[in-house]
Design a protein around this ligand. Structure first.
Ligand code: XLS
Ligand code: NI
Ligand code: NI
Length: 448
């Protein structure tokens, strides 16, 4: 097809670990059974519209470098202005061409990634609705599905002081309207989830911030989202994406535990789950696996934004994941918790600014998908062989005969009195951390 934006690529095949073809998967074999499900079902990969199609590689020091003609405002051949709606349609054709050639089952978008902002809210809605109609056709034609939709409540200058946490109620109202519209579209497109990342929901300085007031606003906003979900009969999950800072100095949805406490305070813990991003976890001084384990422990695990940070850069660099060693412990926690239901693995990751060839977008996603597939194979081998969990269970074995303490049938005084008479010094046992680390390394080495 000569009109293709990626003319050198037909469909990315699976060729196995011995392949040297840079446009083939070596580990991601969609139909391979791992832990009772296919790899496609276990990993539920999604391509993010914003990084892959709506960004041009610009950074705070320089202009865009990537070949994304639909992001230009002037057509270089005719020297005439490009109609933003036509450009959005072209962008969408390329997006679906890419996702289907890659063989990822899902994509994710912000409302403003797929359609341009209009002069008024109503015009923005009309623009968006037109592209949503088109997305429905593309989904139908290609079989690609929507993992989640979200509203961009942070790019436009009107959101400089936040959306739901804005001191001006007019911004709260504007954001509520935009979210309602985007939720309706997400439902229309059969989205499996709806995500809320708190773009500028935080503060720059406490000198001008009433934190209690802002948290109450945010709590009410999320409650309205949940009420709207039920009002329209949206069956997907509502997810909050924690991040500790950036763009604001402090973001209220700091990490999974902060979000969980917030959800409990506003009585939303049964209705809202979390979308965990790898590099947001590290920015919050956690590991990826910590955030997944915390989410399952709290009963609020939802979905994953997979990416990687950089050891020497303390911001959200959104690299594609390349380290099996880094990803495997996270996938162990994912499988221990039972894996995905509505969620999936969205590549919230972008090309480096010098990766200017069209096919670089394929190489990036192929590497990311192969990395996660290897992590899945290692994690599945670790858990099915069972040694790690046997060792973990052994550490807690003593509790089997002490359940009455956890049930609340014993007092502090009783424990004191018993200790006085029995007086035994508790026995210390090794935590065997290094041995367990070696065990995990062995499984990673042996992936087949
Ligand atoms: C930014 C977030 C964002 C969300 C969607 O750091 O990761 O991309 O995933 O709004
Ligand atoms: Ni994200
Ligand atoms: Ni992020």
């Amino acid at each position: 097809m000569s009109s293709d934006f990626f003319p050198d690529v037909e469909q990315i095949p699976y060729e196995g670990p011995d392949s040297d073809n840079p446009l083939a998967f070596r580990w991601y074999d969609a139909d391979r059974l791992v832990g009772g499900k296919t790899m496609a079902e276990q990993l539920r990969f999604a391509v993010s519209y914003w990084h892959s199609f709506a960004s041009d590689g610009s950074d705070i020091f320089g202009a865009g470098t990537l070949d994304r003609p639909w992001l230009e405002s002037i057509d270089p051949t005719t020297n005439s202005a490009i109609d933003p709606m036509e450009a959005a349609k072209e962008k969408m054709s390329v997006a679906f061409e890419f996702v289907s050639k890659l063989g990822a089952p899902f994509y994710c978008f912000h409302d403003r990634d797929i359609a341009p902002e209009g002069a008024t809210f109503a015009e923005s809605c009309r623009n968006f609705d037109e592209l949503v109609e088109l997305a429905a056709d593309h989904q139908e034609r290609t079989g690609v599905e929507l993992l989640w939709g979200t509203a961009n409540l942070f790019s436009h200058p009107r959101f400089q002081a936040g959306a739901a946490t804005n001191p001006d109620p007019d911004l709260f109202k504007y954001a509520a309207a935009q979210v309602a519209h985007c939720m309706n579209a997400t439902k229309q497109l059969g989205g499996a989830n709806y995500v809320l990342w708190g773009g500028r929901e935080g503060y720059e300085t406490l000198l001008n911030t009433d934190m209690g007031q802002e948290l109450d606003q945010l709590g009410r906003f999320f409650s309205m989202v949940v009420e709207h979900k039920h009002a329209i009969g949206f069956e997907g999950a509502i997810l909050i994406e924690p991040k500790p800072f950036e763009p604001t100095k402090h973001q209220y949805d700091f990490d999974v535990s902060a979000v969980h406490a917030f959800l409990q305070k506003y009585d939303l813990a049964d209705e809202v789950k979390v979308n965990i991003e790898v590099n947001h976890a590290t920015l919050a001084s956690h590991d990826f696996q910590h955030e997944i384990a915390a989410a399952f422990a709290a009963g609020i695990f939802g979905s994953i934004d997979t990416n990687a940070g950089d050891d020497r850069l303390g911001w959200d660099v959104d690299r594609f994941p390349v380290s099996v060693e880094q990803m495997t412990p996270g996938v162990v926690e994912l499988l221990r918790g039972g894996g995905f239901t509505t969620g999936g693995m969205n590549f919230d990751a972008k090309l480096r600014r010098q990766s200017t060839d069209r096919n670089d977008l394929f190489y990036a996603h192929i590497g990311g998908m192969d990395t996660m597939a290897r992590a899945l194979l290692a994690a599945d081998a670790i858990l099915s062989e069972g040694e790690l969990d046997r060792r973990r269970d052994d550490r807690y074995a003593g509790w089997q005969s002490e359940q009455r303490i956890l049930d609340g049938r014993v007092t502090l005084q009783e424990l004191h009195d018993a200790q006085l008479t029995s007086g035994d010094e508790p026995k210390r046992v090794s935590g065997s951390q290094e041995e367990l680390e070696n065990l995990v390394a062995r499984y990673i080495e042996r992936i087949k």
